[in-house]
Design a protein around this ligand. Sequence first.
Ligand code: PLP
Length: 450
Amino acid sequence: MAPSAISPTTQDYKLSIEDLKSVDHSLGATLNNGPGLSISKQLIAQALKTRVDSIDPDTCDLGDDDAFFVADLGEVYRQHMRWKKNLARVKPHYAVKCNPDPRVIHLMKQLGMGFDCASMNEIETVLGMGVDPSRIIYAQPVKTKAYMRYAARSGVKQMTFDNLDELYKVKQLTPDAELYLRILTDDSASLCQLSNKFGASTNDTGDLLELARKLDLNVVGVAFHVGSGASDPQAFLKAVQDARFVFDQAEALGFTMHTLDVGGGFTGDASFEAMAAVLSDALDAYFPPHVRIIGEPGRYYVATAFTIACSVIGRRTVNDATLGTTSYMLYMNDGVYGNFSCIPFDHQKPTPRVLKCAADPINFLYDTHTSGYDTPSMTEYSIWGPTCDGIDKIPDTHCFAQVMNIGDWLYFEDMGAYTKCSATPFNGFPSAHDTIYVCSEPGAASLLEL
Ligand SMILES: Cc1ncc(COP(=O)(O)O)c(C=O)c1O
């Protein structure tokens, strides 16, 4: 996973369900979606349209035509309700690294969630938003000494470890810590593997617990992570069984074990319910109700909440004399060194869609669906980022019914996880982009006092 940073640039755009009164209701019809366009999509469409319509690339100020996000905080709220329905026993501690967006964190604070922080910066951000230190777990098994001193000063006590050397650091710097022993998992079916770097094998947990006992440290729980973007529910079952084994080992040594941390790995797609069912059953089978269960979901909460819009800054025509075809290379103002860092770091394949095409009679094309390669008049594109590097490319080729040109706009959905947090300023392109917030859920809007 890439490092996280707080984007300083946000735009307050208080568009909520109430504002639907003023939303252009012809948008749905214009987009051939009829009444089917959800409230969330209507709000996102309105925000995208308002912004891109206000930009003239020939006259706008520097930065006005930069890529920008639209975030539907209502989607974060819906994911929380879905979590509570399916994983009632597991108190979510949002993995801040995934997307440290201040509005998202604020909503989660209001929802009563806890937070998983991996660095001083993340702890500082969450504490700075008024979250009590007891709601934070410093879930980084190998910690920087100065950050540990900061955690101790700030009252953050919960932290993970998975090796002997870390225990000596804990003894020296945070002797009052409430420690979670992070164990190894089988993360082979996950998008991003973590067990190559973290987690103690059950062969080693005995030695670790004995040293913790000898150093008079306070081990209170076990933590695991089945890998980010997990796809095999059995990985959760095995991890819960291993955690039970370590709980028993620790209790035999005299530790009072009270919490199991089931980590992250959940995706927001339709597989969540099945994954949650296996995990819930395993928890009930191996951990009695008095054991507190926490989780560290990241991607699950935010992936689908963010849409990004990018403008086309250049175009190269590619004529294939042999085939007699014309395709285009489109260059856009964001790429793999920016918010599309999710391509190299998070193994994502974002899907481009046409947002605005001046040459098309409909012009604003959010959520219009064309039938794909079978449409005879489709034009083929490869899509590139703005830097000088040849790897700066959106994977695969893409076909649109429109002939796109400079100044037109593309958009990509599901861009909330591991995107802006790992954007770099490589080549001098901005790494911070505006976020326009909308809120499609009245419950979230009232928590946020919108
Ligand atoms: C310790 C820890 N917890 C939680 C997460 C969040 O994982 P996910 O986004 O898959 O839920 C990560 C991701 O790398 C992690 O390393």
